[in-house]
Ligand binder design. Sequence first.
Ligand SMILES: Cc1cc2nc3c(=O)[nH]c(=O)nc-3n(C[C@H](O)[C@H](O)[C@H](O)COP(=O)(O)O)c2cc1C
Length: 257
Amino acid sequence: MPDSQNTPSNDVIETLLNRVSVRKYTDQPVSEEMLDTILKTAFRAPTSSNIQTYSVVVVRDQERRDALMAACGNQRHIGTAPVFLAFCADLTRIEDALVRNGHNIDSNNLETGLVSALDAGLVGMSAYLVADSLGLKGVMIGGARNKPVEVARILGLPPRVFCVFGMCLGWPGEAPAQKPRMDYDGLVHFEQYGKSRSGADATAIVDSYDGALAKHYRSQGRETTDASWSDDMDKKFSPPLRDDLRERLKELGFDFR
Ligand SMILES: Cc1cc2nc3c(=O)[nH]c(=O)nc-3n(C[C@H](O)[C@H](O)[C@H](O)COP(=O)(O)O)c2cc1C
């Protein structure tokens, strides 16, 4: 067992350990300098083969945020956050490099789509962490993939660019309690999958998490079932989720073959 006296701690660890999604913000603006610092720092994230296949669109304009709110499932926080960042997978520069060499990127495939989306995710999480460390709070917005073509239109994205996810940022206007996470033991395996420290199996982990999440939601006055997480996941994933996404992304120049 690890020695708890030797458990390290520092500011990065504390920032992540205390992190929580925040969806209400004060009117205090987020300065340009602060955003520049957040994004410049985030762009130091590792990037697959140095491809840097991401771009970020910074949206402050109220009308544009309202349009994004409508396109992302009417999530109120998109309209009320002072800043919305769109983290995009962007193949335009790779396309340019290929064209210069007499090739094209028409046959971009699942790997191209995955690495560019992964890179955007790494930059996004890095930005989120820096923002949080400066006292800004926010939430990521996967709802940006509800209507990817409409989101691309609102953001003026050229072909070969799509918004993988958005992020609302602002100064916190609420301090939500942290949602519990699944047991560490169930998420970490040693040498081979299935070899956790306690030997707990997936059913036991889900059962205990269902109970922990139900308790959390009820403490927040939210109605839920006893099998809170399992029932949420079933509701979300048993109907096909964003079933037309592949076709819509193809319209935007990503093949995902
Ligand atoms: C890629 C991604 C997309 C997300 N999309 C949304 C979203 O569209 N709307 C929202 O309110 N929260 C969204 N979230 C926030 C999650 O719901 C949240 O992280 C999760 O419930 C755990 O809560 P916590 O962040 O407070 O720990 C997203 C999170 C991630 C990582």
